[in-house]
Design a protein around this ligand. Structure first.
Ligand SMILES: [Zn+2]
Length: 261
C-alpha cells in the first residue's frame, strides 16, 4: 500500500497536523477565501449542489452587468432577491472566527476574499488586512454618478414599494457595489491582492473552487514565489495538483484546528 503512494505528502498519516505545523512556522500566511467559508453561516454558494446558480439559472442573469443595466425586469428581480438575502441576518461561522484567531496570533499577512458578505470584517478581521476583491453587497453604487450609499437605505425604499429604486442624486441605475460578470475588477484592489499573494510564505485557499481568474492565479503566483500552498475545501478544486496539502472536509471543523488559538 505504501509503495502505491505517489508522493511523500500523500503518505502523510496526519495531514491536518502537518498543516498546523506549517501554519505555526509561517510568518506571512495569506488566506484566500470563497463562498464555501460562508455556507455554514447560511449563505449558499454559487456552483455547489445547493448553489444559487445550480438551483436557479435565471439568477445568474442578475449578476451579469449587461443584463442588469439593460433590463428593468432583471433589476426588479435582483432587488427582490437582495431583500430576501440570508446575509442580512448571517453570523460569522467557525471558519471566519478561526481566521480572526490567526490574525490575533500575528500570522496573518492578508485575507483576500471573493465573498461579498463582509463576514470576515464582522467576525473581527481588521479592514487593513482584509481585501474584498469582489466588493461588498452591504453597499450600493450608482451606475450614473458613482455615488455610494448603504444597502439598507435602498432596501428600505424597496420595502416601501419601489421595485427598481433610482439614485436619489442623479436618477441613475443603482446596483450592489460588487463585481458583476462582465464588470472589470478594481485595479488597485486586485493589484494589492496579487502583491500580498506574492509575499506569502504560506497560501491557504479556503472554500473556493479556484475557477475564477485572476483570483485563482494567486495560487500558482504564491507557489512560484516560494510559498507552501494548502487547499481546504469540501470538494475537489481546479488547482489541487499544485498544492502541498489538500484538506478535504468541513471548513468549520478544519480551520479552527489548523489556524485557531
Ligand atoms: Zn447617481
Amino acid at each position: 500500500m505504501m509503495a502505491a503512494m505517489p508522493s511523500e505528502a500523500a503518505a502523510d498519516p496526519d495531514p491536518v497536523a502537518t498543516v498546523r505545523r506549517w501554519v505555526d512556522a509561517a510568518r506571512r500566511v495569506v488566506v484566500l477565501t470563497g463562498a464555501g467559508i460562508s455556507t455554514e453561516s447560511g449563505i449558499p454558494d454559487f456552483r455547489g449542489p445547493q448553489g444559487v446558480w445550480t438551483r436557479n439559472p435565471q439568477a445568474e442573469k442578475q449578476s451579469t452587468l449587461q443584463h442588469y443595466l439593460a433590463d428593468p425586469e432583471v433589476r426588479k428581480a435582483a432587488w427582490r432577491s437582495r431583500l430576501a438575502h440570508p446575509a442580512w441576518t448571517a453570523q460569522p461561522g467557525r471558519g471566519h472566527l478561526a481566521l480572526v484567531a490567526l490574525e490575533r496570533r500575528g500570522r496573518l499577512h492578508a485575507l483576500i476574499t471573493q465573498n461579498i458578505d463582509e463576514l470576515h470584517r464582522i467576525a473581527g478581521n481588521s479592514p487593513a488586512r482584509t481585501i474584498e476583491v469582489h466588493g461588498t453587497m452591504r453597499r450600493v453604487v450608482c451606475w450614473g454618478c458613482g455615488d455610494r450609499m448603504p444597502m439598507q437605505e435602498v432596501l428600505a425604499r424597496v420595502r416601501a414599494g419601489e421595485d427598481d429604486p433610482a439614485c436619489p442624486r442623479c436618477g441613475g441605475i443603482l446596483k450592489s457595489d460588487t463585481i458583476s460578470f462582465g464588470q472589470a475588477l478594481v485595479p488597485e484592489v486586485i493589484d494589492r491582492a496579487l502583491a500580498a499573494a506574492g509575499e506569502a510564505d504560506l497560501l491557504l485557499a479556503v472554500g473556493t473552487t479556484l475557477q475564477v481568474y485572476p483570483v485563482a492565479g494567486m495560487v500558482p503566483l504564491a507557489k512560484e514565489a516560494g510559498a507552501r500552498v494548502v487547499i481546504v475545501n469540501d470538494q475537489p478544486t481546479a488547482l489541487d495538483a499544485l498544492a502541498d496539502a489538500v484538506l478535504r472536509g468541513p471548513i468549520g471543523e478544519l480551520l479552527p484546528v489548523i489556524c485557531g488559538d
